[in-house]
Ligand binder design. Structure first.
Ligand code: HEM
Length: 183
């Protein structure tokens, strides 16, 4: 079994991490702005980036099926390995649930998403003000949960690197082979 991630898996990991970081920051920033054309523009960018994350997620999951990730180190207790797998599953679930709730919210609020201003994405539900508000709360709550899971994920990666001194972080880094001495 392979001991490292494919270049595609690494690229998807870091590209999506950057997009998600931007989406969270923009999301929390834009909602507090007073109504203006600039606010509407930021909402559009947020939606386009969110749809992009969702499309990349589909590709990433298909890629992962064909190219399973390397196993966790034998030195990790079984219970810790189980927590790591459950944590990763939750991260993937939120990468799907947050864009989906955003899409449904936009439909319910009556603002259709037009990808990059050219490709209209069908509204799955009818306009409904109360439902739109509820979905907005769901979107926000899931985003906060995501922040917590990402912080835990990052803390675990740093612990592996600096305390356990294993190769968990290195094998996801772009120049993994140089670090590990592999050819
Ligand atoms: C991984 C993807 C996404 C992340 C991490 C994310 C994150 C966020 C965050 C943190 C907020 C601020 C919530 C608040 O404080 O009220 C927000 C708001 C919003 N998001 Fe997203 N979002 C994502 C995808 C999407 C998508 C795909 C759409 C629509 C197609 C969307 C539509 C919206 C809208 C319309 C708001 C403003 C809600 C309001 O004004 O009440 N989001 N998002």
């Amino acid at each position: 079994m392979s001991t490292h991630y494919t270049a595609t898996a690494k690229l998807l990991h870091w590209l999506m991490a950057a997009l998600i970081f931007g989406l969270l920051a923009l999301g929390f920033y834009m909602t507090d702005l007073p109504f203006s054309p600039q606010k509407l523009q930021l909402y559009s960018w947020h939606k386009w980036a969110g749809v992009t994350v969702f499309l990349l997620l589909i590709f990433r999951l298909l890629w992962r099926l064909k190219n399973p990730p390397p196993p966790l180190p034998e030195s990790m207790p079984k219970a810790t390995q189980w927590v790591a797998h459950a944590w990763h599953f939750a991260l993937y679930a939120l990468m799907a649930a947050i864009p989906l709730s955003g899409w449904l919210m936009s439909s319910a609020k009556g603002f259709q998403t037009v990808y990059f201003g050219v490709l209209p994405i069908p509204d799955l539900i009818e306009k409904n003000k109360e439902l739109g508000q509820l979905l907005g709360e769901v979107h926000e709550t899931l985003a906060w949960l995501f922040v917590l899971l990402i912080l835990g994920h990052t803390a675990a990666a740093l612990k592996h690197h600096f305390i356990d001194k294993d190769d968990i972080l290195i094998r996801m880094s772009p120049d993994h082979r140089k670090h590990s001495g592999e050819q």
